[in-house]
Design a protein around this ligand. Structure first.
Ligand SMILES: Cc1cc2nc3c(=O)[nH]c(=O)nc-3n(C[C@H](O)[C@H](O)[C@H](O)COP(=O)(O)O)c2cc1C
Length: 499
């Protein structure tokens, strides 16, 4: 993520400039026995202590400013704070303690001496305050959910992203509707919108009234959505997806769903005629995998053509790529099964072709290392997801989005804190999701565990979520019975704040 100028950074740049000037002054000072600081008489002989104080003091000051400016937020605060403290003790304390301990320093002018010490105290206080201030208290040097961020070639106005959410309002043949356009436009104040999961082929179809992006009429429908969101000042990414085994033949013209292995999803599936058991999926032959990978490349090209700002690979929540990755759903013995490297192959190959179809700066990937949705399980989630996260990070995608466990996952899960666990392995922008509110989001961003937070349910009921968070306004209550409904009810009719 490129570093942008804001007020805090301009102040820090000013600090660096002052540091550079005082450094120059120090160098002249040490080399010149006749140098005089106004108000002080300096003995011509220079003690080692004096040299140390002049050089190290300025270096320390510079280091603090540079750390605050460029440092990763997770460690810049404590490091800058400690350097500030050492600076105070090592550099300024002698001024406060006074003349008796400084044989080479005399202050004949008391007023100048007091001014000098007051300035030293003030500048030190400013450093300590700037380095310890917390984002959620409106700090100047730290990032929070309202800080802009550079992503997908855009300067996004905030870090409050809208998470992908299926809302089952697409039309015949998976063509986006005018109603969907209105829904996304309402939410265009999000730093970034991620669309509902969007199928990459007919084979990928697994949710009633979900949109697609593999046909021209679907691309044309999405183009109307992206244009309207852009006109409203927003940015929108298309989440592309293959359902794998999470589907039913009844909604696919009798075609059974496909999967890495013939292991059905636990639980039941919602159809218009009621709830039914998940069927046993058909095992994909090895030579059927390349066309699936290629369908993600095609969907990426279509998303680009439809005017999206990027694409997100839905590698989470128990869908096809996740089914291949986790050994509870993958019992293959070919090059897509067995070892972690083989199980992760589909995920990596898919991300690679998506990047080749557009570029790395416009492709994000979403993973749910702690999820148990649709009966997902793995014998060693930490190792499995560690492998795939490292391999994806090496492709330098636009971002990774990682889901924290929800309340249900947390009861059984091996990984309690996903962001904390995987942040050290991720060098690209990291988006956190699941169970965040404003305070938790600010805490995660301020501590450097995430660069942005995707909100799901809060965006269903609050199209103007960023403004509500800014004003600390109350949030509308979401109505679960209309999450997957039809029509505008519970979709575009939640009240907005008066502007
Ligand atoms: C109605 C609904 C539909 C969802 N559909 C999708 C989806 O299409 N793709 C996806 O990756 N996640 C989907 N999710 C998961 C959300 O993106 C998000 O991970 C989840 O709601 C947790 O975030 P939250 O606690 O902020 O709501 C859906 C969630 C809900 C409530």
């Amino acid at each position: 993520m490129a570093t942008r100028l804001n007020l805090a950074r301009i102040l820090l740049l000013a600090g660096i400039a002052v540091g550079l000037l005082s450094w120059r002054e120090s160098v002249e000072h040490i080399g010149n026995p006749d140098f005089r600081v106004p108000g002080y008489t300096l003995a011509p002989s220079r003690s080692w202590y004096h040299v140390f104080r002049e050089v190290c003091g300025d270096v320390a000051k510079m280091a603090v400013f540079l750390l605050l400016f460029f440092g990763r937020s997770s460690w810049r605060t404590p490091v800058a704070w400690w350097i500030g403290l050492i600076l105070m003790v090592g550099y300024y304390a002698p001024f406060w303690i006074g003349e008796p301990f400084l044989p080479d320093l005399a202050a004949p002018n008391r007023t100048a001496s007091i001014i000098h010490m007051a300035m030293a105290t003030l500048s030190l206080l400013a450093l300590v305050v700037a380095s310890t201030i917390r984002a959620h208290r409106g700090g100047v040097a730290m990032t929070d959910i309202f800080s802009p961020v550079d992503l997908l070639g855009h300067h996004l106005p905030n870090r409050i992203f809208m998470s992908a959410m299926t809302r089952t309002r697409a039309g015949e043949n998976g063509v986006p509707t005018d109603l969907m356009r209105g829904y996304y436009v309402q939410r265009s104040s999000a730093g970034l919108i991620v669309t509902e999961c969007t199928r990459v082929s007919d084979q990928a179809h697994g949710i009633i009234r979900c949109p697609g992006i593999h046909r021209d009429d679907q691309v044309a429908g999405w183009r109307k959505v992206t244009e309207a969101v852009h006109n409203a000042g927003g940015r929108i990414v298309c989440q592309i997806w293959h359902c794998g085994r999470v589907a039913h033949p009844d909604m696919r013209g009798g075609e059974p769903p496909v999967a890495p292995s013939a292991i059905p999803v636990e639980g039941d599936f919602f159809l218009p005629r009621g709830r039914v058991d998940f069927p046993i999926p058909r095992t994909l032959a090895e030579n059927e995998i390349a066309p699936i990978v290629e369908s993600f490349a095609g969907a990426t090209r279509n998303a680009h053509a439809a005017g999206f700002d990027g694409v997100e690979l839905h590698g989470a929540n128990g869908y096809l790529q996740d089914q291949f990755l986790e050994d509870g759903s993958n019992q293959r013995t070919d090059s897509y099964g067995g070892s972690v490297a083989n199980r992760g192959r589909l995920m990596i190959e898919t991300a690679e072709v998506m990047i080749a179809a557009w570029d790395a700066d416009h492709v994000g990937v979403r993973l749910s290392p702690a999820s148990t949705l649709y009966g997902m399980r793995d014998s060693d989630k930490r190792a499995t997801f560690g492998h795939v996260i490292a391999a994806l990070d090496a492709l330098r995608p636009a971002y990774l989005c990682l889901l924290e466990p929800n309340a249900k996952d947390a009861k059984t899960e091996q990984i309690k804190d996903v962001l904390q666990t995987f942040r050290p392995m991720v060098s690209v922008p990291l988006i956190g999701n699941t169970g965040f509110d404003k305070a938790k989001a600010n805490e995660a961003i301020g501590a450097g565990r995430a660069d942005a937070i995707a909100f799901g349910v809060p965006f269903i009921a609050n199209a103007d979520l960023p403004e509500r968070m800014r004003r600390d306004a109350p949030l509308n209550t979401p109505h679960k019975d209309t999450f997957y409904g039809e029509g505008p009810e519970g979709y575009t009719d939640y009240p907005m704040l008066p502007s």
